[in-house]
Design a protein around this ligand. Structure first.
Ligand code: NOJ
Length: 695
């Protein structure tokens, strides 16, 4: 718990006492403006209620909206509030990410911390700290230790409102349905939407874009948006089973509530406020956290080539793993993920998480030998802990499981929490099973426990079926990536598979939270049309397939950021298309700089990223169902300097459905400052590598 705000609270309490403990008759209004002057936050105690409002270039983005918090047994902060004091600071500093979408991050903001006192019931104070950046704002509640807030506190509601306007367009996934975050993004008028996960993305009629999310979700439950009345959402905190929303003690603080604002849609992407609102690295030297590309025994199970469970086509055998290790070593991949290696996969693993043993390999999987073999080839195994969301079973084995992986040279572990939303198993001190949500305070705490145990052994985490990302990778750089959205696997068995608009949608929605282990790079675009490997393991529905061109699969490596980036297809499918595979071998997974160049939500998006190691620039662009002509300024390249551009673009007659493999690979010379013109096919894409001359 940071206490740097204590002196401010003390000053506020003095001011509050000077007011005689009663709300002043006339409202006080305070403002804080972003450094560039475009975003203004107005804070008021009008009518005894704490409110805020946000304007961008003078236009209202969030109309006056309430702030507040209520507790089960303690007096809350809802009415009878008055501003008792305020402090202001400004900051302009630059910090370095150990890995990331850019190495240097600038944190430039103006801060206003407003303390509200309450005059009904016992005297008490709450501070709301606002930070205004050029790309958006953040605010959080800070509740100091005080006489009125003694003992265990149960938050029953956070009364933070977001009055966005009924007609404002929203892009969102529902927050209360069984498949956690894994929905095709929906859209509509904000006034028609009942509940939404964050990040939720909005566009006003005037064209201004904004996104509501949260940063630094620690020891608190996740926030989703619940309709309060048409056009006004209220922060909805996920509850404990049979309990309150958050269990805490004063002093405590909420996560930051964030509102990114930009005229253009890409402005939402070119923003670092989520990271800037997280605490700096707490792990010290993290040179052992290694971004990179990996392959794995994974897609084979999703397309029924192999099984997780034991039997004649068990995937995780010693021989099969060596085949992947050899492939990884030959083609420059750092990691080999192996799923289905341990006891517990036989039978209905989805519902039997208590059977998983995280220290017991299957008999046909020689973990020690494979750890040694991988390292002899300059590769490392990537571990896998599927828990089926049985947390009691997993936590009882956690330390031994990480010890084992460490002993065989594993540096990264993919965790998994397959279970319907609301079905996470918790067994508390008194024994009975309770069922929690994936975004509850219980799981927020669990994930950090895992991340910290892993860090002690220099292991990094890639969580599937996770809680959403709120930028904690800054504080815990070993929490590298996660799923938290519909990934590639839906194209093997999902109903429906991911539509052509999915990736240009993700870029402006899910990806605003942070990296995603989407697992790109499928080269056999009709996997379910292959004959089954065994008659008793049939393929899935042939209509399940990636609805993209081959060039779009390559573009995903630039568009969808993840510091652990998978080449997800089978080795034989890469060997069949070595020219296209070359791009996956060349592209990096860790970046010096990243720029979203152009795009519209769900329609198309183009990125340029500069590799952290090679310093080479890469460009990737994808489109939805509509073919598109793009003209992209090469302003990120050095002005006037010449580069060899290795281009992987859709062929003239390419189409995701009828002709997905048509791709032109060509090399041309471009000059920094030129415009790069390219045509994308229906659900197509382009990937480019720029090599400076003289190298
Ligand atoms: C769901 C994960 O997203 C997927 O990647 C994994 O293969 C399965 N669970 C099994 O753990």
């Amino acid at each position: 718990m940071t206490k740097h705000w204590t002196p401010m609270i003390a000053a506020a309490v003095v001011a509050w006492a000077a007011l005689g403990g009663a709300a002043p008759l006339s409202a006080e209004t305070l403002e804080v403006t972003s450094p560039d002057g475009k975003i203004t936050v107005t804070v008021s105690d009008d009518n005894g209620q704490a409110t805020y409002a946000v304007r961008f270039e003078g236009e209202e983005v969030i109309a006056p909206s309430k702030l507040g918090m209520i507790f089960a047994e303690h007096p809350g902060f809802e009415r009878g509030l008055a501003i008792a004091g305020a402090t202001r600071t400004s900051k302009d500093s630059t910090w370095e990410q150990p890995w990331g979408e850019r190495r240097l991050v600038r944190d430039k903001h103006n801060e206003l911390a407003v303390t509200f006192g309450a005059d009904r019931g016992p005297t008490r104070q709450m501070t709301v700290r606002f930070r205004a950046f050029d790309t958006g704002i953040g605010f959080r509640y800070e509740l100091p230790e005080q006489a009125a807030l003694q003992g265990d506190i149960a938050i029953v509601d956070e009364r933070t409102q977001f009055s966005v306007g009924e007609k404002t367009t929203i892009w969102y996934t529902p927050s209360d349905e069984f498949n956690r975050y894994e929905y095709v993004t929906r859209t509509g008028a904000a006034g028609q939407v009942d509940d939404a996960h964050t990040p939720a993305t909005f566009r006003k009629d005037s064209g201004i874009h904004f996104s509501i999310h949260e940063a630094a979700l620690v020891d608190y439950s996740s926030m989703s948006l619940g309709a309060l009345r048409p056009g006004t959402f209220e922060a909805r905190l996920r509850n404990w089973s049979g309990g309150p929303k958050v269990k805490t003690k004063a002093p405590f603080q909420s996560p930051w509530r964030t509102i990114q604002v930009a005229r253009e849609a890409v402005g939402l992407i070119n923003s670092d406020i989520i990271l800037n609102l997280n605490e700096p690295n707490q792990l010290g030297d993290v040179s052992w956290v290694e971004p990179g590309k990996y392959v794995g025994i994974w897609w084979a199970m999703h397309i029924n080539d192999r099984t997780w469970g034991s039997g004649p086509i068990h995937g995780a055998t010693t021989a099969e793993t060596k085949r992947y290790i050899d492939f990884a070593a030959e083609h420059g991949f750092k990691g080999v993920l192996v799923e289905g290696w341990n006891i517990g996969w036989d039978g209905d693993w989805f519902n039997n998480g208590d059977l998983f043993r995280f220290t017991e390999p299957m008999p046909d999987f020689d973990l020690a030998e494979l750890g040694r073999y991988a390292q002899s080839k300059g590769v490392r195994l990537i571990g896998h802990h599927e828990t089926s969301a049985n947390i009691a079973n997993y936590e009882s084995q956690l330390e031994a499981a990480f010890d084992l992986y460490k002993s065989v040279g594993v540096r990264q572990v993919k965790t998994g929490y397959v279970a319907d939303a609301g079905d996470v198993v918790r067994v508390d001190d008194k024994g009975p099973r309770r069922y929690e949500w994936h975004d509850s305070q219980f799981m927020v705490d669990h994930h950090l426990r895992v991340v910290k145990e892993a860090a002690k052994r220099q292991i990094s985490i890639n969580a599937h079926e996770p809680v959403k990302d709120t930028g904690l990778r800054r504080t815990y750089p070993n929490w590298m990536t996660r799923e938290g959205g519909r990934g590639m696997e839906f194209n093997a068995w999902g109903t429906p598979p991911n539509p052509p608009s999915h990736v240009p949608m993700l870029a402006f929605t899910r990806m605003l939270a942070g990296p995603m282990d989407f697992t790109p790079g499928i080269f056999d675009l009709k996997p379910n049309e292959r004959p089954p490997v065994r008659a008793d393991v049939p393929r899935g529905d042939p209509s399940n397939r990636p609805q993209t061109t081959l060039a779009k699969q390559l573009a995903l490596y630039v568009v969808l950021y993840s510091p652990l980036q998978m080449a997800a297809d089978l080795p034989e499918n890469y060997k069949a298309r070595p020219e296209a595979f070359q791009f996956i071998k060349d592209v990096e997974a860790d970046w010096e700089q990243s720029i979203a160049l152009a795009g519209e939500v769900g329609e198309y998006v183009a990125f340029a990223r500069q590799g952290r190691t090679s310093k080479e620039w890469f460009l990737g662009a994808v489109t939805d169902e509509s073919p598109r002509d793009l003209s992209l300024p090469l302003s990120f390249l050095e002005q006037g300097k010449q580069y060899r551009a290795q281009i992987y673009r859709d062929g003239p007659d390419a189409h995701w459905d009828t002709n997905p493999y048509a791709m032109v690979i060509e090399e041309t010379v471009v000059t920094g400052g030129d415009t790069f013109a390219v045509r994308l096919a229906a659900s197509g894409g382009v990937a480019v590598r720029f090599i400076p001359f003289g190298r």
